[in-house]
Ligand binder design. Sequence first.
Ligand code: NAP
Length: 474
Amino acid sequence: MHYINGLWVESDRSFAVTNPANGEVLGSVADGGAAEAEAAVKAAYDAFAAWSGMTAYQRSEILYRSWTLMSERAEDLANLMTAEQGKPLKAARNEVKYAADFLLWYAEEAKRVYGETIPAPRADQRFMVMREPVGVCAAITPWNYPISMLTRKIGPALAAGCTMVLKPAEQTPLCAKAMFEVFHDAGVPAGVVNMVNASDPVPVGKVLLEDPRVRKLTFTGSTEVGKLLAAQAAPTMKRVSMELGGHAPFIVFDDADPVHAAKGASLVKFLNTGQACISPNRIYVQRSIAEPFIATLTERVAKMKAGLGTETGVSIGPLVDEPSLAKVDRQVQDAVAHGATVCTGGTRLTEDGLGDGLFYAPTVLSGVTADMLIHSEETFGPVAPVIVFDDEADILEKANDTAYGLAAYLYTRDISRAWRIAEGLRFGIIGINDINPTAAAAPFGGVKESGIGREGGHVGLDEYLDTKLVGWSV
Ligand code: NAP
């Protein structure tokens, strides 16, 4: 079902939603197109005046109620996420908590949309700067974090006084529906948030991007699609926020503890089965500690259990679809053909009841070199490619040698080196001996082809605010 103007709306057509771990059909969802998108834009446009006219305290209270309801439903949301997206239940619970944090953070931040006064050049002049909501926003989101990618956009948009039309990912509409039930039950007024599902995103995207009443696009997804959408947003000069792909370097220097660093690498690389934009895609280890690092990483990864996310001990879920699985395997085969060694994994998993799902063995590759696809292409799967390096002098150049610029990690116990490298890395997020540099209060986003703008933190609210200068002769 779509959610338009406070009502659940059906379409003539529908599409099925399946569990990627076993192919089981979980339900079906109304399949929308241009007509539904137009109705949703109209609803969001009509609701804007009243919503933006409410006090920040009133909007804050509704966001706070959404957070409370979401927290009460956390376990159901996590179970649904595991069934629909495939991540293990523990990871789904973590995502629901992370997602709820955005509603709480922006419920608070709604009350802190401050303007400023500026000294004017003339004695009889005053300058006042006001912040105003951008207007109707379109949001397009991916399947890999099917709930937090929604609240990271809806939280600040509503706090700022904007209204929204969301097109969630085709693979995870049920998670989106469950979140819209939260907003409905929390008393978000009709038209303030709207959702249109579609098996073909193009007609819906076209309406959202061509309609001049939509003043902003906030997109999370691949760099390829982000570029297409940014071009479509240009003729009506919409503001855009782009959270796109990544190719994170993970650099382990010789003064780091190789065992501790390997533990970190195994945790962050295989988070969400590698289907994360901040997933390390090039693991650089300095030669003198390469052996214990690779041995520990391999030992830990070889023990990882793949399966249904509800089963105890499972940490590896399925990939989202057949093309994703084929891409992972293609990168592994290409690396092997160019001389890489498979330390563990390297094949699709079909035994032990995994045949109906889309599972790939958690894999460690050593001897990875720059001529391999995996060295430059985003993998989005459970493969850890290890590259041995010699000198600090050229590691920055190597790490920065990518069109992407989202996350980067480094392990060292030398504080000067930590500063030097963190300053030299051309990425939006740096983890120093830290594999989870994310939180609702912290700005998330990339540079270069990883995107434009930030989500989270107080800067995440700026994305939904215009600046108005009032000059005044007294
Ligand atoms: P995707 O293929 O770009 O799709 C993302 C969303 O865009 C989906 O809702 C998709 O709809 C929609 N879409 C695709 N083509 C469109 C078009 N022509 N017009 C309008 N909408 C269109 O990305 P994905 O495979 O779902 O997600 C994985 C990517 O997201 C990775 O590259 C990952 O790095 C990135 N990501 C980035 C962040 C971040 O914060 N930087 C976070 C998470 C993920 P359908 O589902 O119907 O195809």
